[in-house]
Design a protein around this ligand. Structure first.
Ligand SMILES: [Zn+2]
Length: 354
């Protein structure tokens, strides 16, 4: 099944097409803009355009276009955050297979997916896979295209300066047949050494009309949770319809996070036990990393409220709490039981000023 078409970005697509036809599209590109406006979809579209074999790309019909639209083109590699591989030196084939499997799952839903939880990242083994593929000849066509979504979550420097430097060199001087398209909603979080090597292009929010068209797409309809009127969806999307996915999981995580914060800062030790136990029943690792993301947001809110009312002590507690959550996120990356992690985190939160 082909993934859903690109919605919006008409002007930007026109400009990019012109550059691609002239042969002047920068080989290392960064699409930046708010989360959920379809930057990765747009990047995949650029990839399809570069691979299409007709004079009027992307035709949507040639073999290259079809493979690109099914997310199976061997020369279009889509990289995005994934859970940390169990083996830091995982073989490139293993990494590629994991990404292909997730891409296939996304394709089966029309290319619709929720933003990966904050504990997922692009680890060094993935960067090594990318470097290896970039050094190889294209498999099917004349070119290779790499799309790197949520590029600010790349951690190539972690444990391997060599891979980090090789990646920078690749960005600076890609092989003649290679294009690299990064996307990021937090470009300021990209390493300056990466930012200085890419041409940045902004992808802005969609218009209400474009979001309306998006939410009436059958693939979107079947992926949306709940039963809301189109206009309610358009309002909730606020120009970034990708935000509509994974809302239920986020709402559940926020509720769990609020419960943990109330328990940790509350007067009652029994509440802490209860909160830790209910977290362990919710249990699944994916759910836990979403709860940690939500905790950061809830604690930041609490800190802001405290600053507004001049409660310095509570503000300090909030900041200490956010630090403790960051530590828990690192620990959650390892093979640690979420229940144990929750106990430890609650203890750290209790130690913070309240
Ligand atoms: Zn084509």
């Amino acid at each position: 099944m082909p993934i859903l078409p690109v919605y919006g970005h008409a002007k930007l697509r026109e400009q990019l097409l012109r550059l691609a036809r002239d042969g002047s599209l920068p080989a290392s590109l960064l699409l930046q803009g708010p989360a959920g406006v379809g930057k990765q979809r747009l990047a995949l579209w650029i990839g399809q355009t570069l691979l299409c074999e007709t004079d009027a790309p992307p035709c949507g019909k040639c073999q290259h276009c079809r493979f690109a639209l099914e997310l199976t083109h061997p020369d279009l590699t889509w990289i995005f955050p994934r859970p940390r591989p169990k083996d830091a030196d995982a073989a490139p084939e293993e990494i590629a297979a994991d990404l292909a499997e997730e891409a296939a799952a996304r394709a089966a839903r029309g290319g619709v997916y929720a933003r990966p939880p904050g504990t997922e990242a692009i680890y060094v083994a993935t960067v090594r896979m990318l470097l290896r593929r970039a050094a190889m000849a294209p498999g099917l066509g004349r070119r290779k295209v790499f799309v790197i979504g949520d590029a600010e979550r790349m951690v190539p420097q972690e444990g391997s300066e060599q891979a980090a430097n090789a990646f920078l060199k690749l960005l600076e001087e890609p092989p003649r047949d290679t294009f690299i398209i990064l996307t990021s909603s937090e470009p300021a979080a990209l390493l300056p050494t990466i930012r200085s090597r890419v041409a940045a292009v902004r992808a802005g929010p969609l218009s209400a009309t474009e979001v309306r068209a998006f939410v009436s797409d059958p693939a979107v309809q079947s992926a949306l949770e709940g039963d809301r009127e189109a206009e309610a969806l358009v309002a909730a999307a606020a120009g970034a319809p990708g935000r509509l996915f994974g809302e239920a999981a986020r709402a559940g995580a926020t509720a769990a996070a609020r419960k943990l914060v109330t328990a940790a800062f509350g007067p009652d030790q029994a509440g802490v036990y209860e909160a830790a136990l209910s977290q362990s029943i919710a249990g699944a690792r994916g759910g836990f990393s979403e709860t940690l993301d939500a905790l950061t947001i809830v604690l930041a809110e609490r800190t802001r409220d405290a600053l507004r009312t001049g409660d310095e002590r509570q503000a300090r507690g909030g900041v200490r709490g956010i630090e403790a959550v960051e530590v828990a996120k690192v620990r959650a990356d390892g093979n640690v039981n979420p229940q144990l992690l929750t106990w430890r985190l609650l203890r750290d939160l209790q130690d913070a000023p309240r």
